[in-house]
Ligand binder design. Structure first.
Ligand SMILES: CC(C)(COP(=O)(O)OP(=O)(O)OC[C@H]1O[C@@H](n2cnc3c(N)ncnc32)[C@H](O)[C@@H]1OP(=O)(O)O)[C@@H](O)C(=O)NCCC(=O)NCCS
Length: 311
């Protein structure tokens, strides 16, 4: 192993340096293209809400690798490695190993006893390690992490006018209007009602993603309501501009077509923003997204965990 590496905690003035490294070190083009948004959500935005550490690995004066990690806001004994990336020409020389070892120490000092190589919602860039980052999968296994879950995204094709993902919502909206249900874009004044709805219907894990979607540049949210009561919402762009989610329909209103309408309204916005595909992130109901937007399962992620042994 190469020992000429020093790891230091990075300060936020280095955000753009870290972005430049990630553009070169994230091998999947769709991730490299969103490197700025990824670093922004995982570092400055997340740090406003939970403990975050940014580590840089230097060879002499050159930054050759970075790692962003955080403590779970719901469980302070759980830490997350949110991103690790090493320049292609610097790999297999122990940089990743050194960064992960330091992250484990930093997290342990903050009371963490278990580290996950998995997204820490609401500020996350991936649910886990994309299986195509095979070197990262190998690194996780080499460092004693154990795979515990799988997650997947679905891709909605926004590349052409007739795509099923962009199917008109007009007729369905008319049917909903006949039942007294209105569908519209959410505005910041809707946040309290949306958050209250998401909490009562689904348990409250989406506050941050709603706040990150409604009225924020490159993001958005649509809602359905009847007599001022929220019946469903769909949001996009909170974690990454090309990512859709979360969404939810009140259990009592399921099957009314609200979900498909809200989904396709968001996808339409994303297409208008210039995207040729959207990632439906960390998917639950595959048949719903397949049926409503002909989305297909594409990105698959392995999630890992390791218990820290404190001596
Ligand atoms: C994953 C990544 C950070 C690893 O960085 P690295 O500096 O090359 O890792 P190390 O040199 O410390 O490797 C540690 C161990 O992991 C294993 N490993 C790493 N890359 C491997 C590969 N390509 N094939 C097989 N094993 C590998 C080895 O056991 C290695 O130890 P060894 O070299 O002594 O055999 C780097 O490959 C990378 O930046 N990939 C692209 C970005 C990425 O995938 N990030 C994760 C998703 S956010």
């Amino acid at each position: 192993m190469d020992v000429e590496i020093t790891v230091t905690e990075l300060t936020p003035d280095l955000v753009s340096t870290v972005v430049r490294l990630c553009v070169r070190a994230l091998d999947l083009p769709e991730d490299a293209a969103e490197a700025a948004a990824i670093v922004d959500v995982l570092w400055p935005r997340a740090a406003a809400d939970r403990p975050v550490a940014a580590l840089g690995a230097y060879r002499d004066a050159d930054l050759v690798g970075v790692l962003l990690c955080s403590v779970s806001s719901s469980d302070p004994s759980t830490g997350h490695v949110d991103l690790v990336a090493v320049l292609p020409d610097q790999r297999r020389r122990g940089v990743g190993r050194t960064l992960l070892a330091r992250a484990e120490r930093v997290l342990a000092e903050r009371g963490v006893t278990e580290v996950l190589l998995a997204g820490n919602p609401p500020y996350y860039a991936w649910p886990g390690i994309d299986v195509r980052y095979t070197a990262a999968v190998c690194t996780a296994l080499a460092l004693g992490y154990r795979q515990d879950r799988t997650a997947w995204n679905m891709t909605a094709d926004l590349s052409y006018d007739g795509s099923p993902a962009l199917r008109s919502t007009e007729a369905a909206e008319r049917r909903l209007a006949d039942q007294g249900i209105t569908v519209r874009r959410a505005v910041p004044a809707d946040l309290p009602a949306l958050t209250a709805f998401a909490r009562s219907a689904f348990g409250g894990t989406w506050d941050g993603e709603l706040a990150g979607s409604v009225g924020r540049e490159g993001a958005g949210c649509h809602l359905a309501e009847r007599a001022g009561e929220v019946l469903g919402f769909a949001a996009y762009g909170s974690s990454r501009p090309s990512w859709f989610g979360p969404m939810g329909t009140a259990p009592a209103a399921e099957g009314s077509g609200i979900g498909g309408v809200l989904l396709r309204r968001c996808l339409r916005d994303q297409r208008a923003a210039g995207l040729d595909r959207a990632q439906i992130g960390w998917v639950g109901p595959v048949p719903f997204y397949s049926g409503s937007a002909s989305a297909r399962i594409e990105r698959v992620f392995f999630l890992y965990r390791r218990t820290l042994h404190v001596d």
